[in-house]
Design a protein around this ligand. Structure first.
Ligand code: HEC
Ligand code: HEC
Length: 237
């Protein structure tokens, strides 16, 4: 018979912990969730928030991530280039589309509360402005750049998920195709379309515009056309 007495004890303990303390432990829990791919209940998901977002004031050195750093994200007036005006919706966009979350996170869930407290903790500036986010609408060829720069871009932007070129060694998940060999099928799949354009489409639109999958898209802010051109030269495309 541990019934009511046990529950009352637990509640008393929680109340005694006090408000400030529970907020900071919620933020700690949120930080763990941020780095854990099990945040999404899908067994097919291998991404955590940290796969695509830094949390430091400036972007992470040596990495070109698809998402902005989330330092100061909590109080911006809008997100996703103005498409989202609620923070939870901005997060759910990633959660559902990239992390295969089965249903959007709801405001009441402890997971959402904890993530929110963590995002607040890394947002010291309550006046932080919205960040630019420019999606390339029309897919066009870009001038090719230096192979050496392309190798750096590959390491900084693609390698975490895709592993080494030609083998995929060290890739995050086997779902991530081996580059650039995956293009060998493109003539059959996309007859008449240059292979490089299919790759540019994938990088610029991710899963959107009917492309499918769960790779993130790269805006112009995340990856310049110049770096894209260097990357394509490195991939011999
Ligand atoms: C597969 C990559 C990926 C994953 C995983 C991911 N995101 Fe994103 N996220 C993006 C991209 C791309 C954008 C659009 C560019 C941007 O605004 O940062 C974005 C945008 C956002 C924004 C809006 C930022 C702004 O100022 O416009 C927030 C907030 C955000 N993500 C939070 C999260 C959180 C929290 C998680 C984990 C639950 C997460 N994201 C998981 C790629 C990802
Ligand atoms: C967050 C992880 C992640 C990052 C970062 C990433 N990819 Fe991907 N990519 C994937 C996954 C997973 C797939 C397979 C599912 C899909 O098509 O979305 C994929 C698919 C692709 C495909 C299409 C393969 C096919 O099936 O035709 C290409 C091309 C590609 N990635 C290129 C790149 C390049 C180039 C970069 C770096 C600029 C990059 N990816 C960065 C995860 C990632």
């Amino acid at each position: 018979m541990r019934g009511a007495g046990w529950l009352a004890g637990l509640l008393a303990g929680l109340l005694a912990a006090g408000c400030g303390e529970s907020t900071s432990s919620a933020a700690d829990f949120g930080e763990e969730l941020f780095q854990d791919d099990r945040l999404s209940e899908s067994q097919f998901n291998h991404f955590s928030c940290a796969t695509c977002h830094a949390t430091t004031p400036s972007p992470a050195a040596g990495r070109l991530l698809a998402g902005h750093t989330l330092h100061n994200t909590a109080f911006r007036p809008s997100w996703w280039g103005g498409y989202e005006t609620e923070l939870l919706n901005a997060v759910n966009f990633c959660y559902v589309h990239f992390m295969r979350g089965v249903a959007p996170l709801t405001r009441e869930e402890p997971k959402s509360r904890a993530l929110y407290e963590y995002l607040v903790r890394i947002s010291p500036d309550p006046q932080a402005p919205a960040l630019p986010f420019t999606v390339v609408a029309d897919i066009m060829e870009v001038p090719r750049g230096a192979v050496s720069r392309g190798a750096e871009v590959y390491r900084a932007a693609c390698q975490d998920c895709h592993g080494e070129t030609h083998t995929g060694k060290g890739r995050l998940t086997e779902q991530a195709s081996v580059l650039p060999e995956v293009v060998n099928d493109y003539d059959a799949l996309f007859p008449g379309v240059p292979k490089s354009l299919v790759v540019i489409e994938k990088i610029r639109h991710g899963q959107f515009f009917g492309v499918g999958g769960n790779m993130p898209l790269y805006s112009l802010e995340a990856l310049s056309d110049e770096d894209l051109g260097a990357l394509l030269a490195f991939l011999e495309l």
